[in-house]
Design a protein around this ligand. Structure first.
Ligand SMILES: [Zn+2]
Length: 92
């Protein structure tokens, strides 16, 4: 379920109609459920972005062509299996 749909659902279910009709005069407690959903969606977006960045970083990492363990970029040999390390530049 998308966050927009969830906030609509929460708005209908938990926020008094008077607060929806006239948000300017609504009390903090009246709109708190929608604010909570908004906060949760922001946290979710942050977590997604963090995971995405970690995946990009992992893809950029130099890996051993034999054992696929992550290697320091400046190593000439894989410390795990001893295979000569190759950089992405001389692949192909
Ligand atoms: Zn290796």
């Amino acid at each position: 379920m998308g966050w927009v749909a969830l906030s609509l659902l929460v708005g209908v279910a938990f926020v008094p109609e008077s607060a929806l009709a006239n948000p300017g005069t609504a009390g903090v407690r009246d709109v708190a459920p929608i604010a909570a959903v908004g906060l949760a969606s922001a946290i979710d977006a942050y977590a997604l972005a963090t995971r995405h960045n970690l995946r990009l970083e992992a893809e950029r990492a130099v890996r051993c062509s034999n054992c696929y363990r992550e290697l320091e970029a400046d190593l000439a040999f894989c410390p795990w299996c001893g295979t000569e390390a190759t950089t992405g530049d001389d692949a192909d």
